[in-house]
Ligand binder design. Structure first.
Ligand SMILES: [Cu+2]
Length: 140
């Protein structure tokens, strides 16, 4: 009985310590939010620095068994990144064997830098009807 009473008081804590634990909970949540934000925003920051840096970048999405956009025109030196937006696996395979991705699961990506001007037809080897084209030419 003499041990129980202090324990009872400790768990039914005073109003001031309740406020303290609420603040601690809030701080904990805030810390998690900051961690989460840092983790999720890091790739975006990297992408932003690519855009303002000397390297040119472009993105092609894969969704609904389609390359979007199906045809893209870029300047020489542009790095094109294909991102699979759906659960259906896809690949990016140059018709002339200049580049070839692994099988890309959802959210996986593949990048290739087009140094030389020309037209690069490509397809998904899993769905050969799924085709796209990258046209590389200097901006006039
Ligand atoms: Cu496919």
């Amino acid at each position: 009985m003499t041990v129980r009473n202090p324990m009872h008081i400790a768990t039914n804590s005073t109003p001031s310590s309740k406020v303290g634990s609420k603040i601690q909970n809030a701080l904990h949540a805030l810390r998690l939010t900051i961690l989460f934000t840092t983790l999720t925003s890091a790739p975006c920051l990297a992408e932003e620095s690519n855009k303002i840096g000397p390297g040119l970048v472009a993105t092609v999405s894969m969704d609904h068994n389609t390359f979007i956009p199906g045809e893209i025109t870029v300047a020489p030196g542009t790095t094109v990144t294909w991102v699979n937006r759906e659960t259906m696996p896809h690949t990016v395979v140059d018709t002339n064997k200049g580049f070839r991705s692994k099988t890309l699961a959802k959210d996986a990506s593949f990048s290739f830098t087009f140094a030389i001007a020309g037209e690069y037809g490509y397809l998904c080897s899993i769905h050969p009807n799924m085709k796209g084209k990258v046209i590389v030419k200097p901006a006039s």
